[in-house]
Design a protein. Structure first.
Length: 308
């Protein structure tokens, strides 16, 4: 079992440094930064944090091949891999909120698949060109520098079965983002029977359990309208997308967020690992007010339960 921690890209450089130094005191396996639309690019935050993270893998969760060409994805990956001395990972998704930009998202699965292939083509230093249905690269065009590694671990974020089938063949991990629902393990396993699964979601931990759950409901305002429609176990997703977060029933809150005191979150994580998840990622904002104190609670109360 592995643990990750993920941050929203809306902070000042000094805040990223403080968070990184706190994280590095504990045995987190992965540090991720969101690349959500209209927020800071994840790469900047990752580079601020990289000098202070000595063990964990670092990467964006996640880039998409609609707002970023695979050439740029390959370049960002190579830079991060050098900054982390070979501990970068790449997270890719088809993308959310893209209608805000009026982007045509048709053929998104084909675009994602070709992006994976072209990024690997570039990092490997190939010169034979690339000709896909969406992306093209002329023969002889190659990166004008030497990446540290010719390939990095790939996580594909998805809830969908078609994308899960693709991930089973090309990725190292599937991340179901915005969910803490153990029932989804079996759902995804129908399409991707062997690839490791990661579950990541809004996380709020505090010794005051009720305060943590109130804060988690507030944070879900951004994500619930997207993920409620994706969860096949939700009977009425349309109702849920219009429900004020403060009215979200406890049972549903526990499907979309890690929220409560340490004992509550341990129970949620146990259910996911028992169902077959390989990794859990604790997402923003982590605490009711102070994220560093919340990371300390995760590192001192939750992780030791699973790693004595």
């Amino acid at each position: 079992m592995q643990f990750g921690i993920a941050f929203q890209s809306n902070k000042r450089p000094a805040e990223y440094v403080a968070l990184a130094r706190t994280v590095d005191r504990y045995s987190f396996d992965v540090v991720s930064v969101y690349n959500d639309l209209l927020y800071q690019p994840a790469l900047g935050a990752l580079l601020f944090m990289a000098p202070h993270i000595r063990r964990a893998r670092l990467g964006p969760a996640a880039l998409n091949p609609f707002t970023l060409h695979p050439l740029e994805i390959a370049g960002q990956t190579a830079v991060l891999d050098m900054a982390t001395q070979g501990r970068a990972y790449l997270g890719l998704v088809r993308g959310a909120w893209l209608s805000t930009l009026g982007i045509d998202t048709s053929r998104s699965l084909r675009r994602l698949h070709e992006a994976v292939r072209l990024v690997r083509h570039l990092l490997a230093g190939r010169t034979d060109g690339f000709s896909g249905e969406v992306f093209h690269l002329a023969a002889g065009a190659t990166l004008q520098y030497s990446p540290l590694r010719s390939a990095v671990p790939l996580t594909i974020g998805t809830w969908g079965l078609r994308t899960s089938r693709l991930a089973e063949t090309v990725a190292d991990e599937i991340k179901i983002g915005g969910s803490t629902n153990p029932a989804l393990v079996g759902h995804v396993r129908a399409a991707a029977p062997s690839i490791p699964l990661c579950f990541g979601a809004v996380t709020v931990i505090d010794n005051d359990r009720l305060a943590a759950r109130r804060r988690a409901r507030e944070e879900l305002r951004l994500y619930l309208p997207v993920v409620a429609r994706l969860d096949p176990t939700v009977e009425d997703p349309e109702w849920l997308t219009h429900l004020p977060p403060e009215e979200l029933p406890d049972e549903l809150l526990d499907r979309f967020a890690f929220a409560g005191d340490a004992a509550s979150i341990i129970r949620q994580v146990e259910r996911l690992f028992d169902a077959g998840a390989a990794r859990v990622e604790f997402g923003t904002p982590h605490g009711v007010s102070d994220p560093c104190s919340a990371i300390e609670l995760l590192g001192e109360r939750v992780l030791p339960h699973f790693r004595p």
